[in-house]
Design a protein around this ligand. Structure first.
Ligand code: GDP
Ligand code: MN
Length: 338
């Protein structure tokens, strides 16, 4: 591989003067958006929803990240869509490319087999780089480092409801570390050895496992097997102090050494979810019912009063929460079981 070029982080601003609002939200927080240049239009549509439903009142800044320099077009479309400061960061190659312990020939070979077995994105190295970056690096990126909380956003997702409070403040005041809107079951063929690796980790570091953890969310048999439940990480509001902690770093490095980000296709969703469920007391995980959200093909649509209060534009019948493929009911039962 080529020697990585030095990182150039562009902080630019295309906003019209009347949109230069001071940040009103009181929290040390940013939106974090990993995206490719060609996604500028889908992203602009998402950003307009996020602004209309929430950020036009708070003006939290946006941090856009990519492994390639952002185009002028991308910067224009995204900055014109928002009412707050924007920053555009290039991801350094050493946070993105496969690490030196990975045998790329083997990764290719196994990736092709994975794909043939129906594992979605099984043979796509850029996708795997993305999953590993989201698992272990985004919170260490120089533009993100100064913030404590983030809200992850992807191109094309929808926000359906007015958010009449600041979710970052909610997280801080209620001592929440990780939050979600949609949970579901993972494709098993993307993570054949992840659960055995998790069990190895628990055996090696029993002191890192939280006493009041959410193992019952992940396993129906006390930890013997994985039920594939995870929080869908295309939406996340979370406290990066957790990702930056020694405990989480041990988990990430343990996984990274096993090679499963490349020899299999471990996603950042199960990696984050297993960490949140086992390394945190379960009371630190929060379900944001008020945030109507869709990442195709699944959506969370609030019901009843909450739908009305949020002036939600989703159909209540389309709510995925109680689908057999969702794990959200299981999450709720965690708090009645004990
Ligand atoms: P899916 O939701 O799992 O199907 O994956 P996506 O294609 O939506 O990718 C997840 C997120 O990572 C999105 O925000 C993408 O824009 C971003 N992403 C995926 N691959 C790349 C990549 O190679 N480079 C960059 N810069 N962003 C990527
Ligand atoms: Mn996506």
């Amino acid at each position: 591989r080529k020697v990585p070029p030095t990182t150039i982080n562009q902080i630019e601003d295309h906003r019209p003067q009347e949109w230069h609002h001071p940040q009103l939200g009181q929290e040390n927080a940013t939106f974090v958006i990993l995206a490719r240049n060609y996604e500028y239009k889908d992203l602009a549509q998402t950003l307009r929803q996020l602004e209309t439903r929430f950020n036009h009142k708070y003006h939290y800044p946006y941090t856009f990240l990519s492994d390639e320099p952002f185009s002028e077009e991308f910067k224009e479309w995204t900055s014109l869509a928002v009412s707050s400061k924007v920053q555009y960061g290039l991801i350094p190659r050493e946070q993105w490319d496969p690490p030196s312990n990975i045998n790329l020939t083997l990764a290719d070979e196994l990736g092709r087999k994975l794909q043939a077995n129906g594992a979605i994105y099984g043979d796509r190295i850029p996708y795997k780089n993305m999953c590993r970056f989201n698992s272990g690096y985004f919170f260490r990126h120089e533009l993100v480092q100064k913030y404590r909380y983030y809200w992850r956003v992807e191109p094309s997702v929808n926000f359906f409801c007015d958010l009449n409070f600041d979710p970052f403040t909610y997280m801080r005041e209620h001592d929440k570390t990780y939050s979600f809107t949609i949970s579901l079951k993972e494709f098993e063929n993307t993570i054949p050895t992840l659960w055995n690796t998790t069990k190895e980790f628990m055996a090696e570091y029993p002191e890192l496992i939280a006493r009041d953890n959410a193992m019952a969310f992940l396993s129906n048999d006390g930890g013997d097997t994985y039920n594939l439940c995870h929080f869908w990480s295309n939406f996340e509001i979370a406290d990066m102090e957790f990702w930056r902690s020694e405990t989480y770093m041990k988990w990430f490095n343990f996984l990274d050494m096993k090679g499963g980000f490349y020899y299999e296709r471990w996603g950042d969703a199960p990696v984050h979810s297993i960490a949140a469920a086992l390394l945190l007391p379960r009371s630190r995980i929060h379900f944001f019912n008020e945030i109507g959200y869709k990442h195709s093909p699944f959506e969370h649509c609030p019901q009843g009063d909450v739908h009305e209060k949020g002036r939600c534009s989703c159909k209540q019948e389309h709510n995925f929460d109680n689908d057999w493929y969702s794990c959200t009911a299981r999450f709720h039962s965690l708090f009645s079981l004990f």
